[in-house]
Design a protein around this ligand. Structure first.
Ligand SMILES: [Zn+2]
Length: 477
């Protein structure tokens, strides 16, 4: 049956006639997942670097029908994973029309729908609901209540004269309203213990307790939770029965390679659609510095391992570099927006607040980030050049020569150095070898910064401009 025919079905009777089978959420996900695997289709769209680590575990957990806990530091794509599980649901499924908890048309569990089905039989109206309506999400906070997650007594219905023991007076919370769908709970350990108990009851015992009333409510929900690994393993943060309920524990991680980090940044970048006749071109060494900077931060002893350093830092730094280059091209009427070191230097300050400095660190946040930036430049520079290849450029600075760079300096003003030292054209070929002024400016800034991190040149910052000069401590070269 095609989608149009399916969506034209309006009653439980018609549904039966069409031999429509209602599956449990786990069966439905398993069916769709296996079908896609068999057809070799993409299952987890836009998720990179997890092909051999996270994804095989995730597939097994979903086929097994497990509730899942994703353990990882911030910015490891946990939310994206959860969204991609939602995409494994059928595009549309039927529910009893008007039901707050997506009741199965053949076998409702709420008092209202049970009553309607009994009264109307095969004429019971149904409606079709999309995937997004079968997904609920909650960030666990210490003030999360049972009413939020499970439900509460609806005072309006009580005021209308219904008695408290009437199941129809319940106002359902987020989890029952995600019945026959996926419920995601972020930062599970932040959930107060008694709410964890309530969560366990609804997952395992399939009953809910509201203000002393115990009501059987066999809801069908796949629960996917996330947690920071340290919080999750810390004693007493998660009540044991709830921990046992998550049969699959999957550890996420940061991209292990720079190119994956950059692939994600490009995919998530806010600036993909910049146009206006300006061509945005990001040389590989620039992307590499941006991602290396994040990777250095993750390795740094001075930055909290507990908090981690999110891929979002790479994404936002990538955006800043592109934005800064684009702004220059726009204002100066240049043809290409090619990020340079003077654009990247902004990421030192924009990264503040995205990292958490360890309390033992003796340096300020800016000092730590500056050091990491230099290290990132050095790593990338070392992969391409040897310092002795730049003796001529270093020599140029001997007689008190200074060269100013800034994000707003016209690209055409960089070519004079290339004219003085023709070897630089040759050396540029390893960076892509483009001959347009915008590229040459980017290449030259990289050479100068490389010499600076090797202490062959000095760099002074004066109100947004940077001046390279001879390093007064190394006169004899
Ligand atoms: Zn219902």
């Amino acid at each position: 049956m095609n989608k149009k025919e399916l969506l034209s079905i309006k009653t439980t009777g018609e549904l039966k006639k069409a031999k429509y089978k209602v599956l449990s959420v786990r069966e439905e996900i398993r069916k769709n997942l296996l079908e896609r695997l068999e057809k070799n289709q993409t299952i987890f769209e836009g998720i990179w670097g997890y092909e051999d680590t996270v994804i095989p575990h995730l597939i097994n957990a979903l086929v097994a029908g497990h509730d899942i806990i994703l353990l990882g530091e911030r910015g490891q794509g946990k939310t994206r994973i959860i969204r991609s599980i939602v995409n494994l649901l059928d595009e549309y499924v039927p529910k009893i029309a008007g039901c707050e908890i997506n009741d199965n048309p053949y076998d409702p569990i709420c008092a209202r729908c049970k009553r309607i089905l009994k009264e109307k039989g095969d004429d019971t109206e149904i409606e079709w609901i999309g995937r997004d309506e079968r997904f609920g999400e909650k960030l666990a906070t210490p003030d999360t209540t049972v009413a939020d997650l499970i439900g509460d007594i609806d005072p309006i219905k009580v005021a209308q004269g219904r008695v408290l023991s009437d199941p129809e007076v319940i106002h359902f919370g987020l989890i029952p309203r995600t019945n026959r769908g996926i419920f995601a709970i972020n930062e599970l350990p932040d959930l107060p213990e008694r709410i964890q108990v309530a969560l366990f009851n609804i997952m395992e015992e399939r009953d809910i307790q509201i203000r002393g009333y115990k009501i059987r409510l066999p809801i069908d929900v796949l629960v996917v939770a996330t947690a920071n690994p340290e919080d999750y393993t810390a004693r007493g943060r998660i009540v044991t029965p709830l921990k046992d309920r998550f049969n699959s524990m999957i550890r996420t991680h940061y991209p292990k390679r720079r190119d994956i980090e950059i692939k994600i940044a490009k995919q998530e970048s806010f600036l993909r659609t910049l146009g206006n006749g300006i061509k945005v071109e990001i040389p590989e060494f620039i992307s590499n510095i941006i991602s290396e900077f994040t990777m250095q931060a993750r390795k740094s002893e001075e930055i909290s391992k507990y908090s981690g350093v999110s891929v979002r830092m790479t994404i936002s730094n990538y955006d800043i570099a592109v934005a800064s280059a684009y702004k220059r091209a726009f204002v100066l009427h240049e043809k290409y927006a090619v990020p340079r070191i003077s654009d990247l230097l902004y990421i030192i300050t924009t990264s503040m607040g995205k990292i958490e400095v360890e309390s033992i660190a003796e340096k300020s946040e800016v000092e730590i980030l500056e050091k990491l930036f230099k290290k990132a430049v050095k790593v990338v520079f070392d992969e391409i050049y040897k310092i002795h290849e730049f003796e001529q450029l270093i020599a140029l600075f001997r007689d008190d020569f200074k060269f100013e760079i800034s994000d707003m300096k016209p690209s055409s003003e960089y070519s004079i150095i290339f004219e003085k030292i023709k070897d630089l054209y040759q050396l540029s070929s390893r960076l892509g070898g483009r001959s347009e002024a915008e590229f040459l400016a980017s290449y030259l800034e990289f050479f100068l910064e490389g010499l600076y991190v090797y202490n062959r040149l000095s760099r002074e910052a004066i109100s947004g401009r940077y001046y390279y000069g001879a390093n007064p401590y190394i006169r004899s070269l």
